[in-house]
Ligand binder design. Sequence first.
Ligand SMILES: [Ca+2]
Ligand SMILES: [Ca+2]
Ligand SMILES: [Ca+2]
Length: 592
Amino acid sequence: MKKQPIVSRVLLGWAAAAVVSSALPVALQGAESRPVADDIKQRIVDLPLRGYRVWPSQPPKDCPFEPSKELAGILFTGVHSDYRCGDTFYPSWASDGNLYSPWTDGTTDGVRSSSGGEKATTGNAVMIGDDPLALQIKNTSPPQPASPKPYQGRYPAGSLVYNGVWYYGTYCLGPSASVKHEGFTYNWPVLGPMPGFRISTDYGKTWTASPLSPENPLFPEPAKFMGPVKMGAPHFVDFGKNMEHSPDGKAYLLGMGAEENDPKPRYANLSWISADQIYLARVAPSPQTINDIKAYEFFAGHDAAGNPLWTGDFTKIKPLLDWNNNMGCATATYVPGLKKYLMCVTDGWPTCAKMNSYILEADRLTGPWRLVVYMKDFGDQAYFLNFPSKFISPDGKTLWLCYSANFAPDWNGQKLRIDPPGGRYGLCLHEVRLLSPGETVEQKPNPFASPENIARNAKAEANSAHPGYRAEGAIDGQAGGYPGEISEEWASHGGRAGASLTLSWEKPQSVSRLLLVDRPNRLDQITGATIQFSDGSEIEIAEPLPDDGTKALEIAFAPKTVTSLTVKVTKVKESTLNIGISEIAVFGPKDR
Ligand SMILES: [Ca+2]
Ligand SMILES: [Ca+2]
Ligand SMILES: [Ca+2]
């Protein structure tokens, strides 16, 4: 959202190569064994895909949503993208087969956009391809300027490409990107009005600016400057390619909002990522109607028979959903295979700490909405969640969750983890599967977390450690590391050949098998090493450690009794800067 280190490359292809098939049968399926010396066997073994897990549902006690009867939860398969770019991606599936999306606050395809300040811009990109892991992301034109005044930020909101016309909405934020209040630094604490849509009739190459402005917005709100709005930061419901599944040919917009007399007030109550209610509007989209409030209708509650009411009178708008102090950014997607809508809501209050996201389902947009999963601390700080309709399986059960994460990893002394693995600032696409009631998921054990792994009980020491890294990262039970969670690996301080890591135990240990995992980044790689045991014996590794850290080198040998072992690096890949180890596991003979 703000204050990002700028990474200017969109890495294409890497992600696809780094990800193993999502259908790994069990842990440690190996290739052919390869004898090196008598009784020493070395081979490359697969590791269970990181991040494969059912996300626990932990709704707060006052959650107003009934649990879904048809969808019982969400499984993250561990398969995810690795795009380096700005954030705020809300892809719209156009009739030409491409996705078109806004983005900002970062660098995408070599171009910078920043939506804070008087010179605010918002980016426009096309996402070409059918593989969510290998999309070509290109700007259709330079990021477009539009004044946020009298607010201080102007950010991307709903974006829709329909019948070849791109409608690109923005919304205002204030009073500033970081605001200190009672000792806590907030990010953009006030959500402002929606100054309409800019329009392109050539897939984003050229634009006609919105005729509206922050002072003359599309919806007649707020009542006074910096006051609450209802159709805040509205997002289009994703009805599939060229809106093919719209129930009536109309475009629908979800806004987030709050009321003037909030019974549960708080600072930053209604921000870019926190709200009290969700509201719904609809319009038959055309260049003539999209910026004309007279063309809009607003959800106004239900009649006595339970039928939804629609009104052209904005003052009669009613909340679609109301959960005071627990709502925020909202998106919805129609899932043809399920004949259901899914809604993603992020409660990101207080704007720059951990964030909670939840997924609701309904047969109709006007509800009733039921809870599929409440994902506490998802991300840890994930925001702008949506399910692009282009990447939904025919049965509606396998989808790709699009989001951005961890824009504020160090605000207010807060430490954020990357969870699920593969999250990042920028564009994240994670494969997920919706679970049916009673469906069981095969758990894939992590060999490093096994109690038989005696490396976990060792003392780990390295002859150097890069600032921010520790030797203990190599025995923390996780084969992770940069560009993910850096605490999950050991990296030396500029070490190459000669770098070493020693594990030692207070009492002698019987050992007969090791697993070694390289740092997951593609610069640093161990191509040669010896394992030196305290009994004087040595084993040389038979081949380089797999560079991307998704596989391990397994070394099995006749049991020996030792009090320590040292991995001494003897050879590294040319590009290596800080050699290290993501994880080492040590097993005794009973586990051989
Ligand atoms: Ca409130
Ligand atoms: Ca580790
Ligand atoms: Ca590596």
